[in-house]
Design a protein around this ligand. Sequence first.
Ligand SMILES: [Zn+2]
Ligand SMILES: [Zn+2]
Length: 172
Amino acid sequence: MSENTDLIVGIHDLPRRPGTMKQLAREVDAPADLGVEMIRVPAGSPVQLELTLESAGEGVLVRGTAEAQLEGECVRCLGPIAYSDTFDVEELYFYAGRDAEEDSNFIEDDEIDLEPALREGIVLNLPINPICKPECLGLCQVCGFDLNEDPAHAHEATTDGRWAALRGLDLA
Ligand SMILES: [Zn+2]
Ligand SMILES: [Zn+2]
């Protein structure tokens, strides 16, 4: 079970009759390690959940959205990235004793732990190579200068003989 009690939802008031639903709107603290190498939801930051819990025969289907803040580093210029995004969440939780895959989520003591649903919905949909803006120019390969600050940045020293010759032709 999640250590974050905000993420535990009691379903004792949700009849097992298929199709019965319960709405859940709740702000929770983001659990730790909700992210990938270059981008993540900061631990403890607010996540807005808008979920529907629906009795679905063998278990309860949790469906809806999670709006979260994201923090990361641009893979091109290494500058900070910060924005919020809304993720689709959809996860089936099986009633205890149901025949299901080993890595399935189960309902324990009439409670659902939303953490795996959040991980599934958010972490798997984060960009692997986040960028600060689509037109980010990245860093100079020679000296590491941020090319966004001066797109014309160049190094004279990299000019080789061939280019010098062409330049000579231009001048002629
Ligand atoms: Zn960038
Ligand atoms: Zn440079």
